[in-house]
Design a protein around this ligand. Sequence first.
Ligand SMILES: Cc1cc2nc3c(=O)[nH]c(=O)nc-3n(C[C@H](O)[C@H](O)[C@H](O)COP(=O)(O)OP(=O)(O)OC[C@H]3O[C@@H](n4cnc5c(N)ncnc54)[C@H](O)[C@@H]3O)c2cc1C
Length: 299
Amino acid sequence: MYDTVIVGGGFAGLTAAVWLGRYRRSTLVISSGPSRNALSTAIHGYPGFEGGNPAELLDKLCREALGYGTKMVTAIVEGVEKTENGFAIRCDGETYEARRVLIATGTADRKPDIPNFEEYEGVSAWHCPACDAYEYTGKKIAVVSWGENMAGYALNFLTYTDSITVITNGNEPGVPEDHLSKLEQNNIKVLTAKITCIEGEHGQVERLLLEDGSSVECDGIFYNIDHKPRLKLLDSLNCEITSENCVAVNRKQETNIKGVYAAGDIAPLEELVLVAAAMGAVAASNIHKSLMPESQRVE
Ligand SMILES: Cc1cc2nc3c(=O)[nH]c(=O)nc-3n(C[C@H](O)[C@H](O)[C@H](O)COP(=O)(O)OP(=O)(O)OC[C@H]3O[C@@H](n4cnc5c(N)ncnc54)[C@H](O)[C@@H]3O)c2cc1C
């Protein structure tokens, strides 16, 4: 029986593991694979670590957590169930037991349907303006997006540049007329042709080739299509999910199900490394307090 099992070894989960280690709580981290920004070469906006490598930070967090005695298993957690004494966490034919569970499974992004997109991702193709648009100040940005969030997303980039082209990649723009006129007012062109290929070298985009034979010169691609917080485990524990498709948590990062905590991109707030890590630390502190016996507490 662990004090805590953490599902997800990204920035939220590993920060929680480090803190739970410092609180001398027995902890197991079960994680299945890469963090959301694994393909990115640099983290921006993480104070004191500007431009640092995300894999390096995760590796450091892992080593720090192991140093406090945290156990780690690589596996996909298939289910978490409430038991008489806590929780049973199932993966790979094993069942682990814990008094508390922290879900930090992150979010999966839908990538643009462009044949050679992977070659550019994390080098000159990005998702988050707050994380990566600063580096494109005064440069040419192509935004791949459509649907109701498209205009708001594209307008974000005016903070950095006035050279923005939206490409819906063969989809209907699907935005209200007033959104389109805002884009027009700001000289943001909307093209609807499908992108057939990205051209450039060593992951640095130079232009996008479109199905209608035209091309768009650009220094960076930003995409916003759809992203899905990985909420399956929380859903099956009957945790409340908000209308914004996040798990509802209180200020302790605890869900409506006692003993189930959630942190990182699956919880409300900005989807940033710093915020995920902070949520992990808050969850750890409150998990630790919740595990203290009555005899050690005073109100
Ligand atoms: C291209 C890109 C660039 C970015 N750049 C920045 C940046 O510069 N600065 C910044 O602050 N933020 C950046 N972000 C956002 C940042 O990556 C996220 O906010 C951060 O990773 C969230 O941390 P997390 O711990 O919630 O999730 P993650 O780091 O994604 O970790 C979740 C972990 O859970 C695991 N997992 C999922 N389901 C299961 C399961 N069932 N069983 C076991 N394990 C599971 C996953 O494999 C993963 O390891 C970027 C995102 C992208 C996509």
